[in-house]
Structure formats: C-alpha cells, structure tokens
Write a protein that binds this ligand. Structure first.
Ligand SMILES: C[S@@+](CC[C@H](N)C(=O)[O-])C[C@H]1O[C@@H](n2cnc3c(N)ncnc32)[C@H](O)[C@@H]1O
Length: 207
C-alpha cells in the first residue's frame, strides 16, 4: 500500500524558517497540497501543521480526517503572556485499520539530533506516524517535504528491523533520542504490547 506524509512549512512561517533552504519556494498553497494528496489516491496520508493554523488547514481536509496531537512536554516560557503553544496537530486521513488501537496523541520532545533544520521531526514522532497510518513492512512512504530525510530513513529502518535484517537505525543519535523520549513504557500497558499480526508497531521496533 502507498502512504504519504506532508510536512510543509506551516502557514505563514515558510520564509522565516526556510527562506535560506535550497528547497524554499515561497508559501505552500495548502489547498493545492491537500487536493493533490486526495487526488493521488493514497491508502492513507497525514499532514503536520501548527495549532494556530488548524482552523485554516482542517477545513481543506475531507470529513474523515482525524486530528491527532503531538504534545511537547516542555515548560511554557515565563516571558510570554497567556496561553503558550506546546503541541502540534497531525491530521490523518485513511490508513490501514489494524487491531490494537493507536493513541491519537504522542508526548515527545522536539528533535534534538539530526541537524539543525527547524521543524525536523524526532524519531518518536515518526514511529507514531507509521502506527497511526497502520503501515506494514513493504508499504511505500512518499515523504513530500523530506527536509533532513529523517522520516523516510525511519520508515526504512522500521521495515528492515521488523523483517529481521539486523538492527539498522536512522542514526545512533536518533536512537538515543528515541530512548530518551519514550522509554520506559509502563509494562502491562495494553497499548504498548506488540501484537503478533505482522504489524510493524514502529514504537516497539525502535525501543
Ligand atoms: C518542516 S520542514 C520538513 C522537515 C522534515 N519532515 C524532517 O523531519 O526533517 C519543511 C521543508 O520544506 C521545505 N520547503 C520550504 N518551502 C517549500 C516549498 N514552497 N515547497 C517545497 N518545500 C518547501 C523546507 O526547506 C524544509 O526542508
């Protein structure tokens, strides 16, 4: 099956964060992007955006879209006033529905390794994304805004490790980041058990 992940510059932030990147091409037209995701007949797709852009991006998505939440367990800056944003929406459309539910939220730190590109995703996020889409080894992942390439590398690593090809990881740093962020998972948590159904369960693979 074919899946896609879109991690464009969030609305209104393209120039500020990516103006000097070779891939910068101005603001991304989110209406066009969502339309092309739908038209491409992916078996499932997901798009990251900012909390303050949700009111703009969600109405572009089909009714079956689910809003999942990546929460960053960081403190609010004492110099700011009022509500301080520490989460990002991940909108998920379709995907393979496998037995063994996947939480619609993730608590994980922002990426600390893997370069300096703003908005690059940590490996814990990648693992959660794959689980939300119900991806299995052999599935294709189209990473539309690759940036550092971490999301694609994580998918290749998850597939290979699941198939027993040693234990490739996207990078030693990324593995360290993953174990710092999400371990230990409480034992006995039904959501953390790896079902014996051939499923990648990326969150298990990287543990
Ligand atoms: C949020 S980052 C992607 C991060 C990536 N998922 C990762 O984990 O490394 C967005 C990427 O889109 C690129 N970009 C900026 N403007 C763009 C445009 N108009 N079209 C395509 N790509 C663009 C940026 O340079 C950056 O590499």
């Amino acid at each position: 099956m074919r899946f896609a992940y879109a991690d464009p510059p969030y609305p209104g932030r393209a120039r500020k964060y990516y103006g000097k990147e070779p891939t910068y091409a101005g603001e991304v037209d989110h209406a066009d992007l969502v339309a092309s995701l739908e038209a491409s007949a992916y078996d499932g797709w997901a798009i990251s955006t900012a909390a303050d852009a949700l009111r703009q991006v969600l109405p572009l998505c089909p009714e079956r879209a689910r809003v999942c939440s990546w929460v960053k367990p960081v403190g609010a800056c004492p110099r700011t006033f009022g509500i301080h944003n520490t989460w990002e929406p991940l909108i998920v459309v379709g995907g393979r529905k496998l037995r063994g539910g996947v939480r619609d939220w993730l608590s994980a730190q922002p990426a600390r390794f893997g370069g300096t590109l703003p908005g690059r995703k940590p490996i814990a996020f990648c693992a959660w994304l794959f689980d939300l889409l119900g991806m299995l080894p052999g599935d294709e992942l189209v990473d539309l805004f690759p940036g550092t390439g971490m999301v694609s590398r994580a998918w290749r690593a998850a597939s290979l490790r699941h198939r027993g090809y040693g234990s490739p990881t996207p990078s030693a740093d990324a593995s360290q980041e993953y174990s710092d962020d999400v371990s230990p998972t409480p034992r006995g948590d039904a959501f953390a058990r790896a079902p014996d159904d051939g499923r990648v369960r990326a969150a298990e693979v990287f543990r």
